[in-house]
Design a protein around this ligand. Structure first.
Ligand SMILES: *Cc1c(COP(=O)(O)O)cnc(C)c1O
Length: 457
């Protein structure tokens, strides 16, 4: 059961099928353009969508809004230092701001960043600094049905080969994303973090974590990694941070706040250079684009997020939804993680070709049938066409992500998702695909407009 009860409630919009049909037409079948008040269950993202605790609200009231040197900063600084052990902590307003400040300072054209998988804003910030972002996921990551417990691992052989090969001297940083969001929210084992750390040390390359879901990663380590059964998630997280030279953090995930992030560093000279860019573009080094109350709420959230009862319930609710989805007849990316489930839309709609976007078709059906908003992670997100609209590249898999906001929805909300999927599966053969009518040159899934393509044959 949930280890909390509800103190404040927010009504969720209940709409009719006809209203949803009209809304879809109005936004040209782009779910990002729906108004949130048209969405009943919003599983678009787990970022910044969590519910604050009473203790976080209280911490916010105690926020000190002094321009520099606020009490809030020192409370935040102490909390993050205890958790991570880094000697320099710089607040930033969210994860991508931390990435921009770090990578603009650390990277230059010609440099190379190696990761298990770069998250999309991480890749964008590496590339904006002129460097190359290269993913080295472990082989198990490619098999959606494999239940290997640590499919978020980096391929250590490939990492070793790259560090000792002709590109070795170009490697500016190695980054492990925990959990691996771009790779389906799969965790990274402590063994993999240790080996990566040793390789980086041997080659004199800085090793960083993209730590957005460090607590969820730690929880899965205590469940599945030999030798860690008797450790607390907090102890595992502390150990992971101490195997690295620094981190970037989006606290909108495992900080359980609506806005916030930070950079952690051990290299004093690098920290000084980052601080200058931070002051010029984010805010003074003791607030980094945040209010004092935000720093206090983040500090409290970072303490709550490693509570075993909280993490156990989060894992449990994800398993509950995974079971509902499987019994509705929909395959998911196995094994289910904590922050999201990834539905295999390609397998559900074999009659819809990749260039008619089976994932998008499922996302639209989830909204139409149940008022549920999800995110397509398939060929609408990753595919490409030529000028005439002929497909030139499709995604390896056609997935739909159901992200689980922290402490927000209960089991009955997720039962509604399961029931909606059951309805969709019954008429799967008559579900139609889509065609893009307008798109932007980059990040097209945000702004594309589409029209339905009737089912033929
Ligand atoms: C969300 C996320 C980011 C970016 O953080 P924002 O706070 O959204 O800017 C970076 N890396 C990972 C793994 C993320 O999940």
């Amino acid at each position: 059961m949930e280890p909390y009860r509800i103190k404040v409630v927010e009504p969720i919009p209940v709409t009719t099928r006809q209203q949803r049909e009209e809304a879809l037409k109005r936004v040209h079948y782009n779910l990002f353009d729906l108004r949130a008040e048209e969405v009943t269950i919003d599983l678009l993202t787990d970022s910044g969508t969590g519910a604050l605790s009473a203790a976080q609200q209280a911490a916010g009231m105690a926020g000190d809004e002094s321009y520099s040197g606020s009490r809030s900063f020192y409370r935040f600084h102490e909390t993050v230092t205890e958790l991570t052990g880094y000697s320099h902590i710089l607040p930033a307003h969210q994860g991508r701001a931390a990435e921009r400040v770090l990578f603009n300072t650390l990277l230059e054209p010609g440099k190379l960043v190696l990761a298990n998988t770069h998250f999309d804003t991480t890749r964008a910030n590496v590339e904006l600094s002129g460097a190359e972002a290269r993913d080295l996921p472990c082989p198990e990551a490619r098999d959606l049905d494999s239940t290997h417990p640590f499919k978020g691992n980096i391929d250590l052989e490939e990492l070793r080969r790259t560090l000792t090969g002709p590109d070795g001297s170009r490697v500016a940083v190695v980054l492990l994303t925990i959990t691996n969001n771009g790779g389906g929210g799969q965790p990274v084992s402590m063994e993999n973090i240790k080996q990566t750390s040793a390789l980086c040390r041997a080659h004199g390359v800085p090793f960083f974590l993209d730590a957005a879901r460090f607590a969820e990663n730690a929880w899965l380590v205590t469940r599945h990694e030999p030798g860690y059964q008797d450790r607390t998630p907090r102890q595992v997280a502390e150990e992971a941070f101490r195997l690295t030279d620094g981190c970037v953090m989006s606290a909108k995930k495992d900080g359980i706040v609506h806005i916030g992030g930070f950079i952690g560093l051990n290299d004093g000279e690098l920290a000084q250079r980052c601080e200058l860019l931070l002051i010029a573009t984010e805010g003074f080094a003791t607030y980094g684009g945040l209010a004092g109350r935000d720093l206090d709420m983040m500090a409290q959230g970072l303490k709550e997020v490693t509570e075993p009862s909280y993490l156990a319930e989060r894992a449990d609710i994800a398993t509950h939804l995974a079971n509902r989805v499987r019994s509705a007849g929909v395959d998911i990316l196995e094994p289910p993680g904590l922050h999201a489930l990834y539905l295999n839309a390609g397998r559900l709609f074999p009659h819809i070709p990749a260039h008619h976007y089976p994932g998008h078709a499922l996302a639209c059906q989830l909204y139409l049938e149940g008022g549920i908003r999800s995110a397509e992670l398939g060929s609408l997100y990753l595919g490409e066409e030529d000028e005439e609209g002929n497909p030139t590249k499709s995604a390896p898999y056609e997935l739909v992500r159901l992200a689980l906001p922290r402490r927000v929805y209960t089991r009955s909300h997720y039962d509604h998702v399961g029931e909606t999927l059951e309805k969709i599966v019954k008429n799967a053969g008559s579900v139609h695909g889509f065609r893009i009518t307008e798109q932007s040159p980059i990040l097209r899934h945000f702004r594309a407009t589409l029209v339905p393509v009737p089912v033929t044959g």
